[in-house]
Design a protein around this ligand. Sequence first.
Ligand SMILES: Cc1ncc(COP(=O)(O)O)c(C=O)c1O
Length: 448
Amino acid sequence: MADAAAGVVALAAPVRTSKLDLLFPVTYRVNAAGHMEVGGCDLIELARRHGTPLYLYDEATVRQRASEYIAAMDGAGQVLYSAKAFASPQFLRVIADEGLGLDVVSAGELHLALKSGFPRDRVHFLGNNKSVEDLEAAYRAGATIVIDGDQEFELLRNVVPHGSRAQVMLRISPGVKPDTHDHISTGQLDSKFGFSIESGAARKAVETALQHPSLELVGLHSHIGSQIFALGAYEQAMEIMLGLLVELRDGLGYEPRRLGAGGGLGIAYTQNDDPPTPRHFVETVRHALVTGCARRDLKVPELVVEPGRSIAGPAGIALYTVGSIKDIPGVRRYVAVDGGMGDNIRPKLYGARYEAFLASDPDQATDGKVTIAGKYCESTDILITDIAMPPLEPGDVIAVPAAGAYCLAMASNYNGMPRPEVLMLRDGEARVMRRRETLDDLLITEVF
Ligand SMILES: Cc1ncc(COP(=O)(O)O)c(C=O)c1O
């Protein structure tokens, strides 16, 4: 135990240069033309060539965030990318190339992963209401199945062939409420996810899994929420999980090989946000795990973390073109853009706050506040309320940073709007990762 504890590096203080560094991809700069540039590509040029709304991912940022997680883990466990934040074949290949595994929550996400050539032995399948089809697909793929409720024990009896065993973990609800929006908080007692420790369901589920003829229980999993800045909640959750491990060791003689601490590290959406780095997150969780195990004389399980937002989010930028501008003197100036709630529902779903910049001249002085509205037929379709911007005119391109996670992933065709094109940028080259939907794409499932 002592050796393992000594193996944990001292907690490093996060290094910051400018507040804007946190908002923009690592390759961001203002180029000689005065335009925003990412991945060596001029954003005004991209908007002109590809149209807007347009989503851009900076490959260097995806790799930097992913590799920071791997380096901080230092061989002590696995880093899974949470596909729900954003997934496409080219994006997942970068993730796999950096050595990460994958967390999927449906047969659909798994299908995309397999079609993208993602290594199947690195896939974990989660979800609170898995269907028989989900479980069959997960088992066939050889994924680790993270059981979330009692019903899955029954379903798996039929899914796993007689004489075989599926590798499973159990999702445990540690009863911790992190400091984040209620809608993205998952680890508290009153949650649809996981087996609660407090109610005794967790221990019972472990007993059931250990006696189950078709299951090999490889570990326990937890995930307390998303967009979390205060890492103390992870330390608290770890303490509670280790308390359960003691109970399981002493009561059942069971010690898990793997322990999942989930994802949820927050990112900067505005210049006021100052989240911990991936390194700081992993080192905090590892420290809590290793020192907590040492105190309890527990074997240190392999740690599993599953970040989504903190890898995809800072790598992504959304570009929109300004259309109509409406002044209500003394009340508000509405600047409407060609996207909105169909490509980014987060402001409406969670009250999420973004910033925006004039892509042709991001350093231009602001001349008052505007409200950036979308083009969907809902008065609630507002991307950013009251943001200071330079003078804007129809045709101007505005860039919204930190748009890489849970924007396109939740995109819809509401109002018959095609979903945007998505590019991956690297070394001055822009590769289309997903083409813009056409009007005919909107009809593809219709039966005439
Ligand atoms: C179980 C689980 N793991 C990981 C994640 C990823 O969280 P984040 O994108 O905040 O890192 C989520 C997000 O909801 C989740 O539900």
